[in-house]
Design a binder for this molecule. Structure first.
Ligand SMILES: [Zn+2]
Length: 334
């Protein structure tokens, strides 16, 4: 997590996109994994921060004519109610994106619900040979809503948050523009319904740089004992992968069952979630698989709750029943 100062006249662009998907089993003349979705709509609302409030300054709405996935995928059709005919209208992605950036202006915080939209935007920019650096901070409103609504760690939908704040439902959901408007209303309510200093502190420390690689993995060589496997990649997660500066621990390393957890911080690059899992391969040897990533709010609660479990039950963890619950929760998070 990085710090982005919020002061009067700071611009927030709340955006949402819809994208079409390739048909499973169909062959395309390019690697489908390099274009997991093709953007067909961009919607956005501009807000300007002024003394603890957000003032709406404009709405952006743009249909994009896809060039690769020109037939609507049944799942996308079900969600967006768009038809094949709709996909023949709109601007090219290049033109639509240029207009979108014009609307954003030179300096802004990009925000949205969940973090899949900035990733998809970068995927499309890269695929179509455009500059894929977004050069702005991104703020995911979903975990911030969960925090202020007292539902830490829960992943709620836009509609849930709209109901929570009693926002009038005048538009249908799942058009990019309507969802961007609803998400903007939610962000506005978060400011209106909570103490400004608290909102600012959470928001400024939750922005991420979408142009930085967010997750780093390392897999050890084989070893006969699990402890030896851990030893083989020891120290790898103690150093910031961006600046090579030494981390200081926020929650020191501890092992619970087959995983070692920690929460680290770099002065310049913020908090990192660290988890190393001990695994066994087919030949019966152990190896360690480690992941280090920018800590999200959810990661933070995961480490904190594992730490609590560790303090209560030690490295063996909680008795089986609740241990199962934990492993399910964990899978959903990764
Ligand atoms: Zn660093």
């Amino acid at each position: 997590m990085l710090s982005r100062k919020i002061e009067d006249e700071t611009v927030f662009i709340v955006f949402d996109m819809e994208w079409n998907q390739p048909f499973p089993g169909k062959t395309y003349p390019f690697d489908v994994s390099s274009l997991s979705g093709e953007i067909i709509e961009i919607g956005a609302v501009k807000y300007v921060y002024d003394s603890g409030m957000l003032i709406q300054k404009g709405i952006f709405s743009c249909d994009i004519r896809p060039q690769k996935y020109t037939k609507i995928h049944y799942h996308v059709k079900k969600v967006t109610h768009k038809t094949n005919e709709d996909l023949q209208n709109g601007l090219t992605f290049e033109e639509g994106y240029r207009k979108f950036r014009e609307f954003c202006g030179p300096d802004f915080i990009l925000t949205g619900w969940g973090n899949s939209d900035p990733d998809m935007l970068k995927t499309n920019l890269k695929f179509f040979g455009m500059e894929d650096r977004l050069n702005c901070f991104f703020l995911d409103i979903q975990p911030i809503f969960s925090m202020f609504s007292g539902e830490r760690g829960k992943q709620r939908s836009v509609e849930f948050a709209v109901d929570y704040y009693g926002i009038p439902k005048n538009d249908s959901f799942h058009s990019a523009t309507a969802d961007a408007r609803y998400t903007g209303e939610i962000l506005k309510r978060i400011f209106d319904c909570n103490k400004t200093s608290e909102v600012l502190s959470v928001i400024s420390s939750s922005s991420i740089d979408p142009d930085l690689k967010r997750e780093y993995v390392n897999v050890s060589a084989e070893a006969d004992r699990s402890e030896d496997a851990l030893e083989l990649i020891k120290g790898w997660n103690k150093i910031c992968p961006i600046c090579s500066g030494r981390f200081h621990p926020e929650i020191s390393e501890f092992r619970i069952r087959k995983s070692v957890y920690a929460l680290y911080a770099c002065d310049e690059h913020g908090e990192f979630f660290s988890r190393t899992r001990i695994k066994k391969n087919k030949s019966g040897h152990y190896y360690a698989a480690a992941v280090l990533r920018f800590a999200t709010q959810t990661d933070y609660y995961l480490v904190a709750s594992k730490r609590e479990e560790y303090e209560r039950f030690g490295p063996v963890g909680a008795p089986l029943e609740s241990a199962d619950d934990n492993s399910i929760a964990e899978e959903n998070l990764s």
